[in-house]
Design a protein around this ligand. Structure first.
Ligand code: NDP
Length: 420
């Protein structure tokens, strides 16, 4: 019997919301609150027409405004807030949750909207120097809320999407059931889907392009090794997708796993990209279209990357035209009972199947389903403890079971090909 407030109504949110509404025995009440309330109203209508018993209300909210959001949360009085807006809103939503005394869940760690803000820049420059990776996002901002959540007796679950989220649960599961000691983790994110456009991003373009155009990095023996963007390339033959080019990227779960499993000697993250995507991205970067710094154009202030977002296809609209599959998972090496062991845990998800079920492509689906699962485990009390946690810090078993049950079945390959 839980009451949930979902913030955001974009690609990922629409999957999470529909999945929550299918669990009407757990989620009796839901508020969908976002910047554009018409999207919330349209989705409410669709869900109600399908017969969900969850009582749904909608609201317009600016989640950058802590006071406005606090008032809305206090008024609706949910048990928890699921933040599927943008990483820019993580801290304001966490503040509002603390003000109103409710639990918090999200799918991506904090990064600022304006990376030229001098206050943020000071902290960022210090972190780059001390830790040695230069991604704009990191967990320090949200981990700093640990004590506040502990004192308030509230739970914050960070990053319950697929990667991060499921990949970190896979790591906790491997550690619990397959290894005495994990030596290496390679996280492989393959999207074999084709949407037919020369260039489009599968989730929010601003967030996606920032992530991909940044230098790559990985953890080795507790230290970050940073490399120029896209400079480590491998080929891998993915089950049900085939051979793809993949590139080493910095990714947020490396940071959390590195902290929570310090015994692991190397943690890397690879994502597949086609040549057309990379060529477009390089060109856009070279001409300044990925910049977040506002410029004045004919008396109007525009942020280049936001203007680009307005030109690109809305990720939520890719569903009907995307065919093919995703394959996302982790390869672990280590020891069990004194013997070397390697396993690969992964999920394969079909874009068209996702579209048939919920009207979304697989990237939104593979993120929105785990967002619902993390929220559900909090609602049922299985993942509830005061503080701020990533998904590798809870018992993985109920989460793994829920993945099988709610649309993201996984397999364990006990003899995988390793990435060199
Ligand atoms: P979208 O851009 O499609 O949706 C974002 C939603 O948030 C939109 O509905 C938008 O409103 C709303 N929003 C933005 N700013 C505000 C604000 N200030 N106040 C209220 N609402 C706001 O993004 P996605 O659905 O693609 O991504 C959602 C989240 O999921 C992101 O944080 C992303 O990083 C994360 N993600 C995580 C993954 C993982 O595996 N862990 C993978 C993919 C994404 P409007 O409709 O007006 O634009």
């Amino acid at each position: 019997m839980s009451k949930v407030m979902v913030i955001g109504c974009g690609g990922v949110a629409q999957v999470a919301i529909q999945k929550i509404a299918k669990l009407d025995e757990v989620f009796t009440d839901m508020m969908i609150a976002s910047r554009t309330v018409s999207k919330c109203d349209d989705l409410k209508k669709k869900i109600e027409a399908e017969g969900s018993k969850t009582r749904i209300v909608t609201a317009k909210v600016d989640a950058d405004n802590v006071d406005e959001l606090t008032a809305l949360i206090k008024d609706y009085a949910p048990d928890m807030v699921l933040n599927v807006a943008l990483p820019y809103q993580d801290l304001t939503i966490m503040d509002a949750c603390l003000n109103a005394g409710v639990h918090y869940v999200d799918t991506a760690n904090y990064e600022p909207e304006n990376i030229d803000d001098p206050e943020w820049r000071k902290v960022y420059d210090k972190r780059c120097k001390e830790l040695g990776f230069s991604a704009y996002f990191d967990y320090s901002w949200q981990w700093a809320y640990k004590e506040k959540f502990e004192k308030a007796g509230l739970t914050a679950i960070l990053g319950t999407g697929f990667d991060p989220g499921v990949t970190s649960v896979f790591a906790a599961y491997a550690k619990k059931h397959y290894f005495d000691e994990i030596d290496t983790i390679d996280i492989l994110d393959c999207n074999g889907g084709d949407h037919g456009y020369a260039f489009a991003t599968n989730f929010n373009p601003e967030i996606n392009l920032r992530e991909v155009s940044a230098p790559g990095s990985y953890l080795e023996n507790g230290k970050w090794v940073e490399i120029p963007a896209m400079s480590i390339h491998r080929k891998y033959n993915f089950d049900q997708v085939g051979e793809k080019d993949m590139y080493l990227l910095h990714h947020e779960e490396i940071e959390a796993l590195g902290r929570n499993m310090p015994e692991v000697k190397r943690i890397r993250f690879f994502m597949t990209f086609g040549q057309s995507y990379l060529d477009h991205m390089r060109c856009l970067e070279d001409v300044g279209m990925l910049s977040t710094e506002p410029i004045n154009y004919n008396g109007t202030e525009i942020v280049p990357i936001q203007f680009l977002k307005a030109l690109l296809p809305d990720p939520a609209s890719l569903g009907p035209r995307t065919v093919g599959k995703t394959n996302i998972g982790c390869i672990f090496t280590g020891k069990k009972d004194g013997k070397e062991r390697k396993i690969y845990i992964y999920n394969v998800c079909d874009h068209q199947e996702c579209y048939k079920e919920l009207g979304s492509q697989a990237i939104s689906y593979t993120t929105g389903v785990p967002a619902m699962i993390g929220t559900m485990l909090l609602a049922t009390g299985q993942w509830k403890k005061p503080g701020v946690f990533t998904t590798d810090e809870f018992d993985p078993d109920p989460y793994m079971e829920a993945l099988n049950k709610y649309g993201l079945p996984w397999v364990v390959d006990e003899n995988p090909v390793l990435v060199d």
